[in-house]
Design a protein around this ligand. Sequence first.
Ligand SMILES: Nc1ncnc2c1ncn2[C@@H]1O[C@H](COP(=O)(O)OP(=O)(O)OP(=O)(O)O)[C@@H](O)[C@H]1O
Ligand SMILES: [Mg+2]
Length: 199
Amino acid sequence: MIVTVTSHKGGVGKTVTSIHLAAFFEKKFGEGSTVLIDTDPNASALEWSERGRLPFPVVGPEGDPGDEEHVILDSQGRLGGDDLEAAAEDSDLLVVPTTPEALSLNALMLLVEELEALRGNAEYRVLLTMVPWWNRSGANARKALEAEDVPLLKGEIRRREAFQTAALRGVPVYEVNERRAQQGWEDYEKVGRQVVKFR
Ligand SMILES: Nc1ncnc2c1ncn2[C@@H]1O[C@H](COP(=O)(O)OP(=O)(O)OP(=O)(O)O)[C@@H](O)[C@H]1O
Ligand SMILES: [Mg+2]
């Protein structure tokens, strides 16, 4: 399965999502089943893996992805035009992370319009990330997006400090020994189970 994680806006959790979807696939389908391709010039996913240890290989855009069955792509920001169309064509699913803030949602709607213009040739789902657990902004964003018929993944990722520790240490969040780290991983497991249904 090929999953591309993309968004127009930066800093909405693309890299964190790519790393944890790849970790979910590797656990579900076994060792050697999954590769993460980091096509972002900032190489955040590559650096994550170099700082510590991830259970799957991470390769750059020129790297040799090998023959893994499952490929997760952490895309560069702002895929548009032909690049977006090609990514949609090549992927079983595009996962589009967004935070629940108004500015993120505005940027999201521009991408949704471009995806809709591909007329059913793009299978995509929006993923709410960094959702504050202390207010209703996540639920409100979900309601607003549903009202616009934007296709959403049912699961969402709550804001957890542990993701930042995981990034610093170069490991998946389930290896972080902090309060609520396991809940962060459970959020991605739930999303992963929905994503594999698009195979
Ligand atoms: N669920 C979360 N809870 C708390 N912090 C998070 C969460 N998800 C991501 N972050 C943090 O938010 C920041 C941005 O996340 P990330 O790097 O994944 O976004 P991105 O979309 O890949 O950014 P860029 O556009 O720069 O590639 C990082 O510092 C990351 O650790
Ligand atoms: Mg990134």
